[in-house]
Design a protein around this ligand. Structure first.
Ligand SMILES: *Cc1c(COP(=O)(O)O)cnc(C)c1O
Length: 476
């Protein structure tokens, strides 16, 4: 493809993207497809002699796009908001267009320095102190893994330089709760911690927040048995019910053991942009690492996850590689982000944040988050006022967990649970809206995660009608 051909095809593609965004509400939220359907539509081999960009765009429209779950749809209430501000898509295009290689400061000085600037903008916008240094990771899963590895090495006195984990010889314990995201356990296992050494600390039965008294008991028992409390992963805004583990009390317990504290605020971190929500994040200055995802509620397109550390030397010591061809001619001054994570070659992800923050601006982003909080709170009030409906977990931010109990099934927990899974599935299959079924105490509930950029109050009014229809359907 020549630059001139790129120009023509690129304009067409951008027009197509803008049109899709304008028409998103006219499509079903979820495609009506079965596994294998999309692949079966695509031709077997790539065309030997190449094809026109127009033919590819036509297939994107007809074969690929219909297989997209429309997470930008205003009736999407599943999982979490996976917003993709158009301004940030421009940044993504700019990143690809610059086609730079981020393997060292020298291989693209701007890639490193724009990243330093935007992560510091967000540090300041979220009220974090200047002692924190940040880096962009692809996802919160990777951020957690990287933090776990640094924590492991801190706990073993950097035994990777010698006999490694096996040589350390004592159990290394990880503490979190059953509310923690599945990526936390995965990160712990990948970082070399043993499944048997992961402790799930009790939670408050109502809020699902970690109980620090149980953490204290468990850490003391582990230490008395010769183990090392290596890391505690604190969820600030858990995925399921938005639990907030009490960080100050956890830090009181963990600090005497020199335990690494990693804060997973992947979903809820966007709320730190709002001063009125910062009380939920009290105690952050006592954590070692913090990650959150601008690629969720805040709305910078995937994959833009932030990892902040009080002392990045912990990462650099563990991740650094310094072969001669990577050595910079500019001395030791420059940040080498390859030493802050796993990949050597990094994309220019910072441009997504730079475009998003510059074009939309923090003021507009904050206004949208406040709109979503107000909408979620309004929706929870409506549910609470409706006969046979209940809000089953505290609404800390923008997620509302609901359950429908038809009078005919009241008292039969198992039937109520099945009924809730059933109506959510039928609603989702209709394509009119999408919610995540979830379990609480082993029973099915529905999570309504408010916060898609295009979701307004009217969409929540519509959702209430759909809930009455799909849940009521079966009970009558
Ligand atoms: C979404 C989420 C994650 C995982 O985020 P990825 O960036 O997709 O890895 C981890 N923790 C919490 C609390 C989340 O909400």
């Amino acid at each position: 493809m020549t630059p001139e051909e790129f120009r023509t095809a690129g304009h067409e593609l951008v027009d197509w993207i803008a049109d899709r965004r304008l028409s998103v509400e006219q499509r079903p939220v979820r495609p009506d497809v079965e596994p294998g359907d999309i692949a079966a539509r695509l031709a077997g081999d790539p065309p030997e002699g190449g094809e026109d960009a127009a033919a590819v765009l036509a297939d994107l429209e007809q074969l690929v796009a219909p297989g997209i779950t429309e997470v930008q749809h205003p009736m999407h209430f599943g999982w979490f908001p996976s917003n993709a501000a158009l301004s940030s898509i421009l940044g993504d295009i700019a990143s690809s267009g610059l086609s730079s290689l981020g393997i060292s400061w020298e291989s693209s000085p701007s890639l490193t320095e724009v990243e330093e600037v935007v992560v510091d903008w967000l540090r300041s916008l979220t009220g974090l102190g200047s002692q924190w240094s940040g880096v962009i990771q692809d996802t919160a899963s990777t951020a957690c893994l990287v933090a776990m590895i640094a924590a492991r090495e801190q706990a073993t006195g950097h035994n990777q330089a010698g006999s490694g984990l096996l040589g350390f010889g004592r159990p290394l314990h990880v503490y979190t709760t059953e509310e923690a995201h599945s990526s936390v356990r995965k990160a712990a296992l990948l970082a070399g911690f043993a499944s048997d050494d992961i402790r799930l600390i009790d939670v408050d039965p109502h809020t699902r927040d970690m109980q620090p008294a149980h953490l204290a008991e468990q850490m003391a028992a582990d230490a008395a048995a010769g183990g090392q409390p290596a890391v505690v992963v604190v969820s600030l805004g858990s995925t399921g019910v938005t639990a907030f583990d009490p960080l100050p009390a956890i830090a009181d317990v963990a600090e005497p053991y020199n335990t690494w504290i990693h804060v997973d605020a992947a979903m809820a971190g966007s709320a730190m942009l709002l001063p009125e929500c910062r009380h939920l994040f009290e105690g952050l200055e006592r954590a070692d690492s913090l990650s959150w995802n601008p690629h969720k509620w805040m709305g910078t397109i995937l994959d833009t996850s932030l990892l902040y550390l009080q002392d990045p030397e912990h990462l650099i010591r563990v991740m650094s590689t310094n072969p001669s061809y990577l050595r910079s001619t500019s001395g030791g001054e420059a940040t080498q982000y390859r030493d802050w994570g796993i990949p050597l070659g990094r994309r220019f992800r910072a441009l997504k944040l730079w475009y998003h923050l510059r074009i939309d601006g923090p003021e507009q982003i904050r206004a949208r988050l406040r709109r979503d909080l107000a909408n979620a709170s309004w929706f929870a009030d409506q549910i609470a006022d409706r006969p046979d409906w209940s809000v089953v977990a505290p609404v800390r931010l923008q997620t509302v967990c609901v359950r429908h109990t038809p009078p005919s099934l009241a008292g039969d927990e198992e039937a109520v649970s099945r009924h809730n899974l059933d109506w959510v599935r039928r609603l989702n299959k209709s394509g009119d809206a999408f919610l995540s079924p979830s379990t609480l105490d082993g029973n099915w509930i529905a999570r309504v995660s408010v916060g898609v950029e295009s979701t307004e109050r009217a969409h929540l009014e519509r959702l209430l009608e759909l809930l009455d229809y799909y849940a009521g359907d079966l009970s009558t």
